[in-house]
Design a protein around this ligand. Structure first.
Ligand code: DGL
Length: 267
């Protein structure tokens, strides 16, 4: 099984891309809805929660793990790889940056995410390694997640906040923007419009799904394991919150059934 975890249901944007790119394979999704958000928490806590999330996915038979959450990718991917050296772990950062470095024409790239993600400066550090000439402009956009979750993706209020957060990036004349948060693909239309369609926007979920596909094509062992599993895709959450179905429907375009994951069993 392809295991995917996120701090909540936003990671379904990544699950959607994985299902679209790899329709033959089943996924097991875990959203830590009891402890969301991760974006404002300390590194220590994000690492602890991410380890527990990965434990849960492994206990359910995941053969590979995708960290859909950008905050967890930025703060805990290294720790997870050290803890589980035998498991292939994809984050949502590396492939998106490779694409950004390949797409930019003027070497001016914008990165937007939660405070927790932006504060790590992981994107700057990795991008500089990929292309030392690149200039990076970052912005934390903490209000985007609640706006999306409240169904305000195309509301006038959201347009105003987009303007406020992204104006410095527009003024910096970026030509490429990485949406480094699970929820931001739902703001794609509004963000595109703000940049008058002139900025190349990278959705890390898409890039990660393509990288996973490439790995499966080249890794016979993993391919066999994934093909040998006929179980249906399953969705778990640490809390079945009142709006879980609404948000998942907004992202996936259809309702999915969430099972309650028992936190005590894997913490
Ligand atoms: N999933 C988080 C991310 O991509 C956003 C929500 C949160 O703060 O937990 O960074």
């Amino acid at each position: 099984m392809i295991g995917i975890f996120d701090s909540g249901v936003g990671g379904l944007t990544v699950a959607k891309e994985v299902q679209h790119t790899l329709p033959k394979y089943n996924i097991i999704y875990f959203g830590d809805t009891a402890r969301v958000p991760y974006g404002n928490r300390s590194r220590e806590i994000v690492q602890q929660y991410s380890l527990e999330d990965a434990n849960f996915l492994l206990s359910k038979g995941s053969d590979v793990i995708v960290i859909a959450c950008h905050t967890a990718s930025a703060q805990a991917a290294k720790k997870l790889r050290e803890t589980y050296p035998q498991i292939l772990i994809f984050d949502v950062i590396k492939e998106a940056l490779k694409r950004a470095a390949a797409e930019t024409k003027n070497n001016r790239i914008g990165i937007i995410g939660t405070r927790g993600t932006i504060s790590t400066q992981i994107h700057e550090n990795l991008l500089k390694k990929l292309n030392p000439k690149v200039e990076i402009f970052t912005a934390a956009c903490p209000l985007f997640v609640p706006l999306v979750e409240e169904g305000f993706s195309s509301a006038p209020e959201t347009k105003r906040i987009i303007k406020k957060y992204l104006r410095p990036l527009k003024e910096a004349k970026i030509d490429t923007l990485v949406l480094a948060c699970t929820h931001y693909p739902l703001l794609l239309k509004a963000i595109k419009k703000f940049f008058s369609g002139k900025v190349h926007i990278i959705d890390p979920g898409k890039e990660t799904a393509l990288a996973l596909k490439k790995e499966i094509e080249q890794n016979n062992d993993l391919k066999k394991k994934l093909e040998g599993n006929n179980a249906e895709s399953e969705f778990f959450a640490s809390d079945i919150t009142p709006n879980i179905l609404e948000i998942s429907k907004m992202i996936l375009g259809k309702e999915v059934h969430f099972h309650k994951a028992n936190l005590e069993s894997f913490t």
